[in-house]
Design a protein around this ligand. Structure first.
Ligand code: CA
Length: 517
């Protein structure tokens, strides 16, 4: 007994008390719907925007080129980050009827137990109240861009200003006023650049009425693929609202702000109305308006990142703070005629991620391994020297920050999307993703009876980088399909995916699919 006590003391001494000086701080800057195409470090051929501050994290750390999300939609992605688990293990499948079970184990809870002070500021979007945080200051639901109400440690507060600036200020103020005897975890989670993409007033006209280059698939005809790519509600052509197009002002904007807003939009909207555009010209006008607004939102996000990096420097924390910039998923900026996300296709599956930890990592690395947002929980725990929970389903990327990718690092990735047929419907699907291929099953769930349609597709990104063709029926791919099917079965088994998807996973709007015309 006494010996046990002694060895416990020795172990505790060896492990050392938790001092702010030796444990790294952790800052996750997490945005909503930020496409990697809209970060200059990733070099989109359209050269959409300069993001010097996000790029700086990549230059001084690692740019991850293939960070994939397990379920490409907001709430489920957040639940995955907190738990280090897929939707089918943390119970948060969709944005319509899922509510986060705050009693379950999360990485902030483990860090808190290990002596970290923990805070979450900005977008939460998980239904329940945050648990595992010493401080939280969150937007209700989706939140709004102008003058957002927020919830601060359980109390309603009303703010004046632009949401990205507010979240940025609250986050950096929290760092300045932190308990300096403890290491910290801060999750600074922006609403931007989520729909309706309302930029800060100072960024209106940032692009000087530029005409943006078009992606090669802006007018995709959806040939050579099954019905799923046609049966969706996310095209710039058909699903773009008045608010999306800024033909009406954003909610919450006050009179003074509206004057400035109108000064930019009104003359341009007047010209638009008079032009009476139709067909492709209408899509083109919307595409350019969309990019002005979306990229305007990104500009404020990049400024917020700059302010965060400067605050860490001013506080003498830059060296031993792990900073990760990441979005909850990728996004379409006109590819396939779309905005939104949800698909296993590259623009929505892949999210931008850059990370910097000067005390431990190497600068200027580029990593193309299959990483994921499901890895973040274990990464942060590993960085803090706190054992991860055995039920977590990712892997720590700390070795990758040092330029050492473990030999047994994943070569394939499991993806599954459920929500249907909520707004922006896309047909549920799951599949396996490798460096080159994607094999996926698409099906319309029915409460009873056989799914219809129900079919498989194979994508080959080497031959068809824009993913405009399924090779599933091509006999030359028969062996590939067979191998990928076996890999998919293995992943589903390893990740404990149930054979039968629970009905609630699809959300609360499940109705029989519309009859085809
Ligand atoms: Ca999102």
């Amino acid at each position: 007994m006494f010996r046990h006590f002694l060895s416990a003391v020795v172990l505790a001494l060896l492990a050392g008390p938790v001092f702010a000086a030796d444990k790294p701080n952790i800052v996750l800057i997490f945005t909503d719907d930020h496409a990697y195409q809209a970060i200059s470090a990733y070099g989109d051929p359209r050269k959409l925007i300069e993001t010097p501050n996000i790029d700086r994290i990549a230059k001084e750390g690692v740019r991850f080129d293939r960070t994939l999300v397990p379920n490409s939609i907001c709430g489920p992605s957040r639940a995955t980050v907190l738990t280090g688990k897929y939707s089918h293990r943390n119970g948060f499948y969709n944005n319509t009827n899922s509510r986060f079970d705050g009693a379950q184990l999360t990485f902030p809870k483990l860090l808190q137990k290990a002596g970290y002070q923990t805070a979450i500021i900005g977008k939460w979007h998980l239904g329940s109240e945050p648990t595992g945080f010493d401080h939280w200051h969150i937007l209700p639901g989706q939140g709004r861009y102008y003058n957002p109400p927020m919830n601060k440690d359980g109390k309603q507060v009303q703010h004046l200003g632009y949401v990205t600036d507010l979240i940025s200020d609250f986050s950096t103020d929290w760092i300045k006023n932190r308990d300096k005897t403890k290491p910290f975890l801060l999750m600074a989670q922006h609403k931007a650049p989520h729909r309706e993409w309302s930029p800060a007033l100072r960024h209106l006209g940032h692009d000087k009425d530029r005409k943006y280059a078009e992606p090669p698939t802006l007018f995709d005809d959806y040939a050579n693929r099954g019905p799923a790519v046609k049966d969706q509600e996310m095209t710039i052509e058909k699903t773009f609202t008045q608010l999306d197009a800024k033909l009406v002002p954003p909610p919450g904007i006050n009179e003074e702000q509206l004057k400035e807003w109108n000064a930019y939009y009104e003359p341009r909207n007047k010209a638009f109305r008079e032009a009476k555009l139709e067909g492709k010209e209408l899509v083109r006008w919307r595409y350019n308006r969309y990019l002005h607004d979306y990229l305007g939102c990104v500009k404020a996000v990049d400024e917020a990142v700059g302010k965060m990096l400067k605050t860490l420097e001013d506080e003498g924390l830059a060296k031993n703070t792990l900073v990760v910039y990441c979005s909850d998923q990728g996004f379409y900026l006109g590819e396939h005629g779309w905005f939104d996300k949800r698909w296993i296709f590259e623009e929505s599956l892949r999210t931008p991620m850059v990370a910097r930890w000067p005390a431990v990592g190497k600068p200027g690395l580029v990593n193309a391994s299959l990483t994921s947002t499901v890895d973040l929980a274990q990464t942060f725990l590993d960085a803090a020297g706190v054992p991860a929970d055995k039920e977590m389903q990712g892997a720590s990327i700390v070795p990758l920050l040092k330029g050492e990718t473990p030999k047994d690092w994943r070569k394939s990735f499991y993806y599954e999307y459920y929500e249907y047929p909520a707004p922006h419907r896309v047909i549920p699907h799951y599949g396996v993703v490798t460096d080159r291929y994607k094999l996926a099953r698409f099906y319309v769930p029915k409460l009873e009876g056989k799914a219809d349609p129900d079919y498989w597709e194979l994508y080959d990104r080497q031959k068809d980088p824009n993913e405009t063709k399924s090779f599933y029926a091509d006999p030359t791919y028969a062996d590939t399909v067979k191998e990928l099917r076996a890999e998919l079965d293995k992943l589903r088994k390893d990740l404990k995916v149930p054979d039968e998807t629970p009905k609630e996973a699809f959300g609360n709007l499940l109705v029989p699919p519309k009859k085809k015309k």
